[in-house]
Design a protein around this ligand. Structure first.
Ligand code: BJW
Length: 250
């Protein structure tokens, strides 16, 4: 394991293999609501009630309205100092993977490139029944009407996100697992750590010998595997750990 007595800022500068997993908390300071906790309601529904294949089968128009509301809200949001610090960390680290559960696309806007999206992307759309369109980037644009969206041939379209009970995109999950097993340092940022299989990646990393770092104002089920814990917001901690002018040599 990377020596946990070394100050984290130095360990991050010297490590050759770093993996980072983010959740909704990293985008909270950009104005994107998290799933759980305060402010996690849409028209009286918890997001998880609508992010399911069953909800879509029952009422595709309602589910599309929910995603349209989120697209409209997130279109106004910009990356924050936390997203930017992770893009800097990537640029100065040889072997790096950012694993995000977020569907908002803010990491990409901040300049992150070596990344995988475990739960898809809010800005992509695909035909119902098709495979996830991993990697393709769509425009951050308003949805056409009427809802629910249909293709030219009348096929029902759906957001390219991963709902409860659905498999995660295969390539993304594979790459995330490999990165968790080989990382010297594994950062877990802004996730409640209850949604599987994402949450298990931190445990896999800890078991494989990584120094696990949690950044979250609240304790989570993953706190017990973390060697370093920061009970602060991501946008406050990350710029301290990865200062704007930091380079390998300095
Ligand atoms: C800050 C902050 C600041 C605030 N700075 N921090 C094993 C055991 C039990 C169940 C399962 C299991 N394996 C699979 C399951 C079933 C299920 C699951 O995990 N259920 C659990 C809830 C019990 N998983 C699945 O179904 C997954 N599929 C799967 O495993 O397929 C195989 C399979 C199928 C069927 C049976 C068995 C196996 C799919 C999961 C898909 C999750 N999808 C969603 C919606 C995406 C689309 C959309 O956006 O609409 O993904 S749900 C939602 O939760 C979203 C998120 O990515 C995900 C995680 O949430 P996250 O990011 O952690 O956010 P929050 O809100 O929970 O937490 C925010 C945190 O930030 C908090 O801790 C705050 O304190 C913190 N914070 N401000 C830093 N400023």
């Amino acid at each position: 394991m990377s020596d946990v007595s070394v100050p984290l800022e130095n360990a991050l500068r010297d490590a050759q293999r770093i993996a980072v997993m983010t959740g909704a908390g990293i985008s909270a300071e950009s104005g994107v609501p998290t799933f759980r906790g305060e402010g996690g309601l849409w028209k009286g529904h918890r997001p998880e009630e609508l992010a399911t294949p069953e909800a879509f089968a029952r009422d595709p128009e309602q589910v599309w309205e929910f995603y349209d509301w989120r697209r409209t809200l997130i279109a106004e949001c910009s990356p924050n100092a936390g997203h930017e610090a992770l893009a800097r960390l990537e640029r100065r680290t040889e072997d790096f993977l950012l694993i995000t559960q977020n569907v908002d696309g803010l990491h990409q806007l901040a300049g992150s490139e070596r990344m995988v999206e475990l739960h898809g992307n809010l800005w992509r759309i695909r035909p119902l029944g098709s495979r996830p369109a991993e990697g393709r980037i769509d425009r951050r644009a308003p949805l056409p009407r009427p809802l629910p969206l249909r293709g030219d041939d009348g096929t029902l379209l759906r957001p390219d996100v991963v709902w409860f009970g659905e498999m995660l995109p295969e390539r993304a999950l594979l790459a995330a697992g490999e990165a968790a097993r080989s990382a010297e340092i594994f950062l877990v940022i802004g996730t409640s750590g209850i949604v599987e299989p994402a949450a298990s990646l931190a445990r896999v990393a800890a078991q494989a010998g990584a120094r696990v770092v949690e950044i979250n104002p609240e304790p989570t089920p993953l706190s017990s595997v973390a060697h370093d814990v920061f009970r602060e917001s991501a946008a406050a901690v990350l710029p301290r750990l990865v200062p704007p002018d930091s380079t390998k040599e300095s």
